[in-house]
Design a protein around this ligand. Sequence first.
Ligand SMILES: *Cc1c(COP(=O)(O)O)cnc(C)c1O
Length: 367
Amino acid sequence: MLDMTDFIPPAKPLIGDEERAAVDRVLRSGMLAQGPEVKAFEEEFSAHFGLGRECVAVNSGTSGQHLGLLSSGVKAGDEVIVPSFTFAATANSVALTGATPVFADIEPDSFCLDPKSVEAAITERTVGIMPVHLYGHPANMPGLFEVATKHGLMVFEDAAQAHGASLNGTPVGAFGTFAMFSLYPTKNMTSGEGGMVSCEDAEVARKVRLYRNQGMEKQYHNEVVGLNNRMTDIHAAIGRVQLTKVDAWTRTRQENAAFLSANIAGVTTPPVAEGAVHVYHQYTVRVPEGRDEFARALKDEYNIGSGMFYPVPNHELAPFANNAHADLPETQRAAKECLSLPVHPSVDQAGLERIVEAVNALAKAGA
Ligand SMILES: *Cc1c(COP(=O)(O)O)cnc(C)c1O
């Protein structure tokens, strides 16, 4: 018999006594805004993920992406190639610099940017390529760098969902001119809200620091027009504690994914590319026919939450109508078929078994 009482949510942020104590410590210090906790978090984040790079903390992943692009010199009139099959923040951050996001298609196995489609989208205005390591699976970086090198383009990384993922031994966040990690509550680790920018060189890092703080390095000696995108010490204190827990959570995600892939039949489970370490921000299957009914039945008949990331390709959204003519067949197909099942560390063995039983029964009924 299935236990129908417990709803299995699609995501669940994990906040413990250690995070509460860390926040209390900062509140008691009376120093709330960006300070020593942020500085320590930046250094610990870079070391923890083996980035070997300077990291700069900001108030959201989107801010980090925006400031990373500005600091890399992206400006009005430029084009940056991004996937359409992603969260809108990827293209928004490009558009906010004044540049134009141009959409390319994805590889069906990884759901990440396809180097061939990227190359076909290059114009004389293209300055960079920004792949997304979607769902926690690294994008095809060798293929993308081959195209970038051939055409003299920069590569930026949207690593919002991929803390700890790697490809051929290189961690994501250590490939591009800059990489952005999100620290939103549903991501693999959180600071409440927040973002981390990993920078290839010291000058890009210095510019991100300038832009996040009104253009100032030295108080009242503003060098550029900047924003207030600073992280608070309260948020950094949460993030520092989460850094000590994220590896264990990632291992549980990977074990959960392994169980699901070994036992699910009738829908396509997510493959992992050779040399890739997948951190399963999402565990995304493909339901070729009737995905929406499938998701509804999971919820109504089995009390299992799921997610569709993302049902509307970005090139079909109103702000990016200039791309509406784009022909992106794999993006269209993924948007119709994708269904993310609970894989987060709070799903226990009974939950995993219930997910398998439900998915297999629904797939069989639909076949
Ligand atoms: C979450 C996310 C972002 C934005 O991060 P925020 O911290 O929410 O601003 C950008 N890109 C992708 C792919 C994301 O999943």
